[in-house]
Design a protein around this ligand. Sequence first.
Ligand SMILES: C[S@@+](CC[C@H](N)C(=O)[O-])C[C@H]1O[C@@H](n2cnc3c(N)ncnc32)[C@H](O)[C@@H]1O
Length: 390
Amino acid sequence: MGNLYNHNRMLALSELLGLYRSPCRVAWVRDKKLLFLSRRLIAMHKRYQQSMAGNKSLNAALKAKQDEFYTQMDDIAAELKHYRQHFRGKVVFCNCDDPYESNFFKYFALNFNSLGLKKLIATCYDGSPVQGNELLLHFDDWDSEPTKIAYKVEISEVTDCNGDGAIDLSDVRYLIQNDKNVLSRLRGNGDFRSAECVELLKQADVVVTNPPFSLFREYVAQLMKYGKRILIIGNQNAIHYKDIFNLIKNNRVWIGYKFGDMSFQVPDYFEPRATRYWQDDNGQKWRSLGNVCWFTNLDISKRHEELDLWKKYTPEEYPKYDNYDAINVDKTANIPCDYDGVMGVPITFMDKYNPEQFEIIDTSTVAMPKGAPYINGKRIYERILIRHRK
Ligand SMILES: C[S@@+](CC[C@H](N)C(=O)[O-])C[C@H]1O[C@@H](n2cnc3c(N)ncnc32)[C@H](O)[C@@H]1O
């Protein structure tokens, strides 16, 4: 069986290579030659597979490096002000957040009492290449800053330790330095999927952070699995991911307030680029992204606001797609108020989505043949398919 397989494979290879010319005359030479060639081809294929595997892990490493976008305190505060009522008596977990560098940790530490938090937990991933210096934490047995070491911080009380009447970072530093139990090393690398981080996740009521973009799907799936309340930053493109879209469609996750442009500090190794990149006076590198938003399942008033609509449907202004029974709407503000069927709207609609006013049907990527909307043979941008609620 094996021989037959090898023989057939040689024949196939020889045909492919155009070598199979005179089987009767020099059969054994041919077979030897082919065996040699097939071995070389198999070796080449193996090398190719190895290099592909190498490329894959290199790509993963490159992707992970591009995850290091650090959120500004102003952006966190501007969003969080809409959710204050959700935090009283709650355990907050920031699970992609090194206190040295994360403004999420700082925000919750500084607002611990005004939000009425029960506990704040932050875990740091040892793959993070950036170190901050504002909030200096030390373990007893460390003589240098604990970079590249995964650890967790658990805060249950923040008092005005230095008696200056204000809760500030020096109080948090004092608190940590004076209670060994608050800051401790993790056994593993701080990966949000690791067993010890999952144990911490189980304790949490609300998870708030900006997670690694490259692991967004997996990250959200884990939060859903453990039934957590969430407020996290992500890319608007994630709305089109099938699993994320299903959560949105089924009203298990929705979009928060900020929907658009956001600037992030990035590590020194980020290469300069022509757009959406700059260095400030201190040499700090920055990147901005035009399509960022918050994903949450905490109730917010925005989600109950009705979108005012004034346009009336006409077949001329709202053509139907070639490949799906729905009309095309180019701008969210132009959704016709009197059309009963399915409408394809731009992704910006998600910023205005009120589940009492509209029903989400699907995305063009999933629902439409060819995975995209076409009008008169021309492909147009992806659309969210919606309908008015009666
Ligand atoms: C987009 S950055 C945001 C950092 C911080 N949350 C903030 O908003 O400033 C994502 C962070 O997740 C960390 N990270 C990457 N992979 C991780 C993993 N598997 N588990 C936990 N954290 C991870 C990265 O090192 C990076 O610091």
